[in-house]
Write a protein that binds this ligand. Structure first.
Ligand SMILES: *Cc1c(COP(=O)(O)O)cnc(C)c1O
Length: 394
């Protein structure tokens, strides 16, 4: 194919084109299920055994299918390199434990994925790593909590679970001293690119929108060659590498992410406005609504407002539980970014391990409902939500 240097390609175009190995003429991603690759001489074996991330040696070190997915994500994130892991948590635990040692300090956002919060709260202290949680939406909160010479890592998630709070990526990228990582799962690589704002690492649970069909469990981190080499050295011993099968599904999913995200975001915008006009629902949260407290920030740093929205039901816990049980098209499940619209009641599911105080700090009320918009037609979804609202209020 001829090189096109005339104008930068749209991210959605790049999602279709990225991660294709030189000389590979299979249109679909190629699956290399092999756990091991042969070599012809002792010299070659020695070279492979001592090189960084060899592609064809042993799959825990690297694998052509996994590498194709990693290259595609690196391309979309504007990163030098990327590494895939067995899950989003595999990616997060590798970043945390690969970069931090006993005596180090981490600053993390309070509004964060519950698994990440538990890792920071329960595993890190056991490893002698101190963690300070801050309100990621408050100006200067990360900078104020950094202890010079001690803070190794700053962890942010934007848009954040589950209230779609945003973190100012430019302010985060401007922090000097610690390394910065953004969990950008809700945005996907097409929705925002934290590295462009000076952030060091971007992380995704590709289980969600990237793979996009609920058939892969996989995580990915992208950043500089230097940081990724360091992470690779830890990861190859930690052993949390991705499976080639999941990398195949994730790369196939990435090809259609552009159209999926566009439709899901349009549906989310429509449903958010519908809910906002309904007296049974209050405080609808979606970055595309004028009522979102960080609407201007969303416009500055996001290319898409995303597929998720959250709202509170005036009837509290009972109404929240009735709503999610009453939907007929939307399913109850805790994931996001797939073809099926999913509804969750965070207080009783994803965030059930949090104390009432932690729930309040994360902005999760008893009647909070999180919606991951799928690919069903929006009119059908609106009708489903209307009848579920009526059931919740009954
Ligand atoms: C799901 C999720 C994770 C964890 O990813 P897994 O693939 O389930 O390990 C991390 N962060 C966010 C924002 C998520 O939604």
């Amino acid at each position: 194919m001829a090189e096109n240097n005339e104008q930068p390609l749209d991210l959605r175009t790049r999602a279709v084109m990225a991660g294709r190995a030189e000389g590979e003429n299979s249109l679909a991603p190629v699956l290399y299920p092999s756990s091991v690759f042969t070599y012809d001489s002792v010299e070659e074996g020695q070279k492979l055994a001592t090189s960084l991330a060899p592609e064809r040696f042993y799959t825990r070190y690297g694998n052509p299918t996994i590498n194709a997915f990693e290259e595609a994500v690196a391309d979309l994130e504007g990163a030098e390199a990327a590494r895939a892991f067995s899950s989003g948590m595999g990616a997060m635990s590798t970043v945390v434990l690969g970069l931090c040692s006993s005596g180090d300090h981490i600053v993390a956002q309070r509004q964060i994925y519950a698994g990440t919060q538990l890792l920071l709260q329960s595993v890190c202290p056991r490893m002698g790593i101190d963690v300070t949680f801050v309100d990621g939406t408050a100006e200067g909160a990360f900078a104020d909590a950094v202890i010079p010479g001690k803070t190794m890592l700053v962890i942010a998630e934007t848009p954040a679970n589950p209230r779609l709070d945003l973190v100012d990526l430019e302010a985060l990228g401007a922090l000097s001293g610690p390394m910065t990582v953004v969990d950008s799962t809700f945005a996907t690589p097409l929705g925002q690119n934290p590295l462009a704002f000076g952030v060091d690492l971007v992380l995704h649970s590709a289980t969600k929108g990237i793979a996009g069909h609920n058939d892969a469990t996989i995580g990915v981190v992208a950043g500089s060659q230097e940081l990724l080499a360091w992470l690779w050295s830890f990861a190859v011993l930690h052993g949390g590498n991705a499976s080639p099968f999941d990398a195949l599904n994730a790369l196939r999913g990435l090809r259609t992410l552009g159209v999926r995200l566009d439709q899901q975001a349009a549906t989310a915008q429509h449903l958010a406005q519908f809910l906002e006009s309904n007296p049974g629902a209050c405080e609808v949260r979606y970055p595309g609504l004028d009522s979102h407290p960080q609407r201007a920030l969303a416009q500055r740093q996001m290319n898409s407002n995303g597929s998720l929205l959250t709202f509170d039901l005036v009837g509290g816990a009972e109404a929240g539980q009735k709503f999610v049980e009453a939907t007929k098209i939307a399913w109850q499940a805790t994931s996001l970014g797939g073809p099926e619209t999913l509804v969750t009641h965070p207080a009783s599911t994803t965030h059930v391990s949090l104390t009432p105080e932690e729930l309040a700090l994360s902005g999760i009320g008893s009647g909070t409902v999180r919606v991951s918009c799928g690919l069903e037609q929006v009119d059908d979804l609106q009708a489903d939500f209307a009848q579920a609202l009526a059931a919740a209020e009954a």
